[in-house]
Design a protein around this ligand. Sequence first.
Ligand code: MG
Length: 248
Amino acid sequence: MIYSKNFLRLTLFFLAISTASYAQTKFQPQDTEFYEPKSKIVHTSPNKAPSDAIVLFDGTNLNQWESAKTKGTNAPWTINDGVLAVKPGTGDIQTKQLFEDFQLHLEWKSPDIIKGEGQGRGNSGVFLQGLYEIQILDNNNNPTYVNGQAASLYKQRQPLISAVKSAGEWHIYDILYTAPKFNKDNILIAKGSVTVLHNGVVVHYNTQIEGTTEYIGMPKVVPHGAGPIILQDHGDLVSFRNIWIRPL
Ligand code: MG
């Protein structure tokens, strides 16, 4: 008996389908249910650091920080009523501990008294690994270049939306950061990226980091390893509270 090519093809096709569905029916639900390894238990509650976080500032001390200008010396900023404030002119502060990929939470507030304009109003910033700035700025009725507004990846990418609050109100940043990766020859093999929630709203979603934050000129690709969190002294009385980090 001679079969046409099409008949043979069709027969093989249906044979393949029935074999695949037979294989599927041989699975039991428990074949794809796993019990090990167990996820680590973390306790959470509103307005508190998760139990596995490294608390960088809880309102009481600056033990986790040092001067960025004179490393090894105490962070020179002030604490009043549980709130950390920039002491203008003393320079940036940075964490003693260095980090790679992380989840960072911090709350900030620009000065109650509105002073200055553009980049000169309530300016600070958080530098990821000490190199890539997420801008802090009093953005309320204060025009400036869009890639320099609050929550911008400074001079590289503006936020998706502008989450504005009045001066003197607290803002929240939740930052998920993936560090750039370099090979043993210091060649960039994967760009860094950052996701940022500003007051709970996504303003960066896996934004690629092109290089270091530069005030003048293009970002630079600089090989580096773990780095600190730096808070910027830009001469304005910006305040901080509730800062914690979870290495990922
Ligand atoms: Mg800044």
